[in-house]
Design a protein around this ligand. Structure first.
Ligand code: ZN
Length: 382
């Protein structure tokens, strides 16, 4: 992987770049749709390509537990399996494992607004202590089968290697927004030891993949700074900023302000699991290059579509008489071909095609939104 910065803003920390991999180039800032089960729900690779997506992120935890690593290996990697010619990221699985634990312990989750499918899993899982964290790794009950499973830094990297994603993430502990300073500090030190183990496993056999380290530290300034310095000192190819990002958007932006100046500026930075429009723009200004979030695809499945004037709930009866497209001047496949009336009718009748059509529009909207930010950096206005 090679990351090239094409232009730096004079007004902010925003930058325009390109990530080059053997599976193609990804221009940044970029939004990555979330392919939890090697699929962006309701659409396929052809739809993504037509919209313009050059990259996506898939999910180590779910693929490992549902398919098993042996199957993944035999299938020849994710690109082939899901027929996507572009840059594939995989997360480490840490976020899902730990959110099983603190979802139970604290009854809260960063997961709730990010990966809604995890919420269903939590409910299905047995009401017992689901996660045991040791220095070696994490033991947990599979939400699929109830059987005991162990995930370690080495195991996470092995699975991600078998998935043959272009960019893998180091295994980290994602702490709860309610974790105390003392706990967050202890977990952070372990995460740093796991970062070294992840790198060691990653370097074992030559690989054309790249690896990103993850900055943790919760909402605590000195821990975030310590983590950014430490992770930046290791030979990672890029960085993720993960974990609890505080209790408000203000907290989140403070965390970015503290950490980003401490990261090697020649390497890409990924804000994990965040993808609301207003957050993306503010984070780009602070120097974030990559985002992922299930929100636009999830909204679509609930009948909500994104427009420049805000969200529209297409299921509302009043749209049955509306001959306009979702958004005037939108060039997506859905808006070029179908009216709000038709989409409203499909949604109310629960016709399956509507999920694809609405998802295409929302993904197109996100793609254009980020492309517009790229243009603003290009012309010097951001
Ligand atoms: Zn559209």
């Amino acid at each position: 992987m090679e990351f090239k910065i094409l232009k730096k803003s004079k007004k902010s920390r925003a930058r325009l770049g390109v990530i080059k991999t053997q599976n193609g180039n990804l221009f940044t800032p970029a939004f990555l749709p979330v392919a939890t089960n090697a699929s962006i729900k309701a659409v396929d690779s052809k739809d993504l390509k037509e919209i313009g997506y050059q990259g996506l992120i898939s999910n180590t935890f779910h693929l490992w537990l549902s398919l098993g690593e042996e199957t993944i290996k035999k299938l020849g990697g994710l690109h082939k399996f899901m027929n996507f010619q572009g840059v594939i990221f995989t997360d480490s699985g840490g976020f899902q494992v730990f959110s099983l634990g603190w979802g139970m312990a604290h009854g809260v989750g960063k997961i709730a607004p990010i990966f809604p499918e995890e919420r269903e899993i939590k409910v299905k899982a047995k009401k017992e202590k689901l996660v045991k964290i040791t220095e070696e790794g994490v033991i947990f009950c599979s939400p699929y089968t109830g059987e005991k499973k162990k995930l370690t830094p080495e195991k996470s990297i092995k699975i991600q290697k078998a998935l043959k994603s272009d960019i893998v993430f180091a295994f980290d502990e994602c702490t709860s927004p309610l974790s105390s300073y003392k706990y967050t500090k202890m977990a952070l030190e372990r995460t740093h030891r796991w970062a070294i183990r992840s790198l060691k496993e990653f370097k074992k056999r030559g690989s054309s993949q790249a690896i990103f380290g993850i900055v943790q530290g919760g909402e605590y300034r000195n821990l975030r700074e310590e983590s950014a310095k430490f992770i930046s000192s290791l030979p990672f190819d890029g960085f993720g900023i993960g974990g609890s990002l505080g209790k408000s958007k203000k907290d989140m932006f403070s965390i970015l302000n503290w950490t980003i100046p401490l990261l090697d500026e020649k390497k890409p930075r990924h804000l994990l699991g965040i993808g609301y429009l207003e957050d993306i723009k503010e984070a780009v200004k602070r120097g974030i290059d990559l985002f992922d979030c299930a929100f636009p695809t999830r909204l679509a499945r609930h009948g909500e579509v994104l427009t420049k004037k805000g969200k529209i709930d297409i299921s509302k009866r009043r749209y049955l008489f509306d001959k306009r497209p979702i958004e005037k001047n939108c060039r997506c496949f859905t808006c070029l071909n179908y009216s709000r009336a038709y989409l409203c009718h499909l949604f109310r009748r629960k016709e399956l095609s509507v999920y694809r059509l609405l998802t295409i529009h929302n993904l197109y909207f996100m793609f254009q939104f980020v492309k517009d930010l790229q243009n603003q950096i290009k012309n010097g206005s951001l």
